[in-house]
Design a protein around this ligand. Structure first.
Ligand code: SF4
Length: 299
């Protein structure tokens, strides 16, 4: 049997659900029941009845699914698939910061590990960060870990002091203003969509600054025919599949090495041996869930 058929057979036999992030390899996206951003997928996992879930993404994403569905078995096919951005902030660093800023409120981007989420007052996504900051009850906010998303969101919030943690996504940081300008010169009629993890001087060139799900929606609904996409190249698979009549370009084809670790063989082995299980202490699940629920309330 072809590997894909074996995966689909095993998935059916075990009643499992496979979800894949928008940045996963095209062939991994194609065997998934759902493809989306991390929070969309975690919500989908919670809605579905399947008890066994293979999460094709990086660790913090599978953890978020586990936090929202603690009764389910959530598997991460490659345990070493970490997000370098999420690794840039630790619980100890937040606690130390709080000691010197007793009135500070902590907003944690979903791209954080579960123990960091548990330490935060509220979580946010790149799509709802502005609303969360606006609505949080506090004037001084520590935003972790992505500096660019913090700076971008702060542009739209008056009367609050947003202190950005100095973390960054190495991939989005590699998208340079000069390359975006060159892409615009090559495709002058294209609409530029940029992810808020990009540097501020790249965001200044964008027609719209959007999360991956927002980019997918924008491309579908826009009357534009050409788009320059400033994010991980994996998003193009879905953009092209869903909009065959439109053209998508990237300033430079950048791949997140961590997102590309998961191969079809890993998905198969994960299903077959039910590995690698996400395990979190109950206390971390409860506290991080509170921060995620607060986000839904504020946003
Ligand atoms: S693209 Fe950036 S934020 Fe996403 S997993 Fe890779 S390093 Fe983390």
């Amino acid at each position: 049997m072809e590997l894909i058929d074996r995966i689909l057979y095993l998935k059916k036999e075990k009643g499992a659900l496979i979800v894949a992030h928008n940045y996963q390899l095209p062939e991994v996206q194609d065997v998934a029941d759902f493809v989306g951003d991390s929070l969309e997928l975690s919500k989908k996992v919670a809605q579905m009845e399947n008890r066994l879930v293979v999460f094709c993404g990086v660790k913090f994403m599978a953890e978020t699914a586990k936090i929202l569905s603690p009764e389910k078995t959530v598997l991460l096919p490659r345990p070493e698939a970490l997000c370098p951005l999420a690794e840039m902030i630790t619980v100890e660093e937040i606690r130390d910061f709080k000691k010197n800023h007793p009135r500070i409120k902590v907003v944690a981007y979903v791209n954080t590990n579960a123990d960091v989420k548990a330490e935060a007052d509220v979580c946010c996504t790149s799509a709802n960060a502005v609303k969360v900051i606006r609505n949080i009850d506090g004037e001084e906010i520590l935003f972790v870990p992505d500096r660019n998303l913090a700076l971008w969101s702060a542009r739209f919030v008056d009367g609050k002091k947003v202190i950005p943690w100095d973390g960054f996504c190495y991939l989005h940081k590699r998208i340079k203003r000069k390359e975006v300008k060159e892409a615009k010169n090559r495709h002058p009629d294209a609409i530029v969509l940029a992810h808020p993890e990009c540097d501020p001087d790249v965001l200044d060139l964008a027609d719209a600054v959007l999360s991956t799900s927002q980019m997918l929606r924008y491309a579908k609904e826009s009357e534009g025919k050409k788009f320059i996409i400033c994010t991980e190249v994996g998003l193009l698979h879905r953009l092209r599949k869903e909009n065959p009549q439109k053209k998508f370009f990237v300033p430079r084809a950048l791949m997140c090495r961590n997102m590309k670790l998961t191969r079809l063989e890993d998905v198969y082995n994960s299903l077959l041996y039910e590995k690698y299980k996400i395990e979190l202490p109950q206390e971390i699940i409860s506290r991080s869930r509170e921060a995620l629920e607060k986000m839904l309330e504020y946003a």
